[in-house]
Design a protein around this ligand. Structure first.
Ligand SMILES: *[C@@H]1O[C@H](CO)[C@@H](O)[C@H](O)[C@H]1NC(C)=O
Ligand SMILES: *[C@@H]1O[C@H](CO)[C@@H](O)[C@H](O)[C@H]1NC(C)=O
Length: 303
């Protein structure tokens, strides 16, 4: 082999090495990347990130949280947030459940308490990591999820209200509704799932306030989606969740500001209590309410 050929090969290999190091440091853009080595991560939640090619300066951040049997990868491909990130320039983080069956722990005392060391704590810590590592604007942080991810969205909104400006909840249950009376991690709660846990707005509001006792700052505004034909997390959970957040924001649950029929589409009703609590109830829709990216972008203030 000629010396010149050898040096070309060596330069080529050195180039790959340098590239690999720099990509690892800044996270490559336009694809789903696993993030390792971030701390503290008390329950070993996985962290995946999508940084758009079209990254805004001082970008926003959406946490997009998957359903049971789902994964960060599945929610990345099955939800519109990565495409919307290219349009609006925000970053998306997809947490990945550490539990078998890949539901989220929304039942233990740890996860239902601010800085309690549960899944919610691990996910909340991703926000600080994103702010310090990628320059995320901490005033533009949002959370959304479906099913178990929707339950976690309500839990995060209750336990870390200081982190989030707004939340969009697809087919969940009220924060604290899935609590385990025996403090089990990642437990199923049939009473709640079946819509049999019926409380007053004040009772549900107290559950939220107890999750971060003494907190009196701002809280994320809540957009709640649910289908009338949900046989996994029964539709009563829509009404219980609305009771909860209207109470937290001081609205009268029995006196919404407006009801828009066939909004944002045919067979969907939008009930507005005020700027901080809006519910969308979808006639004939089952457990999977399709993610409404356009409405979420408006709710989060990107559009
Ligand atoms: C289910 O949740 C309710 C609160 O929503 C709670 O009172 C009940 O004890 C829980 N059930 C179990 C089996 O832990
Ligand atoms: C929407 O509101 C109309 C008018 O009150 C009502 O007839 C219909 O049942 C509602 N649909 C849902 C899904 O709540």
């Amino acid at each position: 082999m000629k010396t010149s050929t050898l040096s070309v090969i060596l330069c080529f290999l050195a180039g790959i090495f340098v590239n690999a190091v720099s990509i690892d440091k800044r996270q490559s853009r336009g694809s789903l990347q696993q993030v390792t080595g971030w701390t503290p991560n008390p329950t070993n939640v996985g962290m995946y990130v999508y940084i758009p090619n079209n990254l805004a300066s001082s970008p926003g951040l959406i946490l997009a949280i998957h359903y049971c049997q789902g994964s960060a990868q599945a929610y990345y491909t099955g939800s519109p947030y990565a495409q919307l990130a290219e349009e609006y320039g925000f970053i998306v983080i997809y947490p990945n459940s550490p539990h078998s069956g890949s539901c989220w722990d929304v039942s233990s005392e740890a996860t239902l308490t601010h800085n309690g060391g549960g899944d919610s704590n691990s996910i909340a810590n991703m926000v600080g990591y994103a702010v310090s590592t990628w320059g995320v604007n901490s005033a533009k942080v949002y959370v959304t999820g479906s099913s178990s991810g929707a339950m976690m969205t309500n839990v995060l909104s209750a336990t870390y209200p200081e982190l989030f400006k707004a939340a969009s909840v697809y087919s969940g249950v009220p924060a604290g509704c899935f609590v385990s009376s025996t403090n089990q991690v990642d437990a199923w709660n049939s009473t709640c799932a079946l819509g049999d846990q019926i409380d007053t707005p004040a009772q549900w509001g107290n559950v939220v306030r107890a999750m971060y006792a003494g907190y009196s700052g701002a809280r994320p505004k809540m957009l709640i989606w649910h289908g009338t034909a949900d046989t996994t997390l029964y539709p009563q959970n829509y009404f219980e969740t609305m009771k909860q957040w209207t109470n937290v924001f001081g609205y009268n649950y029995n006196a919404p500001e407006s009801l828009q029929v066939n909004d944002p589409q045919s067979e969907y009703n939008t009930t507005t209590y005020g700027p901080n609590v809006v519910g969308v109830y979808a006639q004939g829709v089952g457990h999977t309410v399709p993610i409404h990216g356009t409405q979420d972008m408006e709710w989060f203030g990107f559009a």
